[in-house]
Design a protein around this ligand. Sequence first.
Ligand code: NAD
Length: 362
Amino acid sequence: MKIAVLPGDGIGTEIVAEAIRVLDTLDLSFEMESALVGGAAYEAHGHPLPEATLKLAKEADAVLFGAVGDWKYDKLERSLRPEQAILGLRKNLGLFANFRPAICYEQLVGASSLKPELIAGLDILIIRELTGDIYFGQPRGRRTAVDGHFPGAEEAFDTMRYSRPEVERIAHVAFQAARKRSKRVTSVDKANVLETFQFWKDIVTEVGKEYPDVELDHMYVDNAAMQLVKAPKKFDVVVTGNMFGDILSDEAAMLTGSIGMLPSASLNAGNQGLYEPSHGSAPDIAGKGVANPLATILSAAMMLRFSLNQPEAADRIESAVKHVLAQGLRTADIWSAGTTKVGTREMGDAVVAAITKKTITG
Ligand code: NAD
């Protein structure tokens, strides 16, 4: 099992270090190799995704990624900005399926801005198509308008497009994921206005016929955005395109209170994956030892489950995280009166202890 470790920038190095300590605690043999990515790679090699880093990622079974970015790179030309490393990895590894679970841990119900009864027990999975849609569609650019409301004016344009195989493969991913859960899929589209999403809806419906045991419904994206804050527990698996998924997955993330708790996985057709916390590099708290490492530790658990075929080890990590929360340990982002505030390292220590003491059986 070969893992490429790409800590990146800001809190990335601090939180990935804790995830590695947790992985080292398991009785499994991994080959782990680290490389620079993002701003750190730009400083050392002049590019956010150097060839050697990309080669390491391609050759690994899985990539454990921290976060990239810092405000100081905002003036660099776009192709050299740290965030380009993530897009480059997605494209080069063909990571088309993004899994973002939004789980509300019992002990953190109070951290959400929604009423406790709306989110207690929340466990939904947003599956976002990651390599198509308007984010990648060509042509795009700026030009002088020849028609529209203001012919002759300067205009900008992007192209929303999906091919049949792109929609079919993400639909299969969603139905298969639903089979392991409560067998319900909601496909989110904008079929009432967009040709691309009528096509999406038709294909998801066709693919759904191959999964008669899974209940499928369709929802327009504007309604889905409302329902996520009105009655989020009605959802189980949500599948949608790249742009709608970008927005809805962040909305779902916030239902649970802290972005510091949320893992994510991006997979290709061969189950090779990139695993990262849903948050960024948090330059405001970098180097202070206060970042929450749990999203990264939970991303490592997803890596064990999806790419490394070690579901029991994944269970052990997830149970250990629940155990430390039950002990009342909290980093600053999830702290509330009556609980014990700890730093990044202490939180990592507590998860390691919960695993090694074998108090956790998974
Ligand atoms: P951010 O997610 O880094 O931070 C938002 C807020 O959440 C900050 O107040 C931060 O302190 C807090 N936060 C984030 N993670 C935390 C954690 N683990 N524990 C405690 N608090 C945490 O988003 P931002 O501030 O908009 O972006 C900062 C940089 O990160 C930018 O350069 C941005 O481009 C980049 N970014 C990278 C990724 C990625 O690497 N996948 C994703 C989003 C943003």
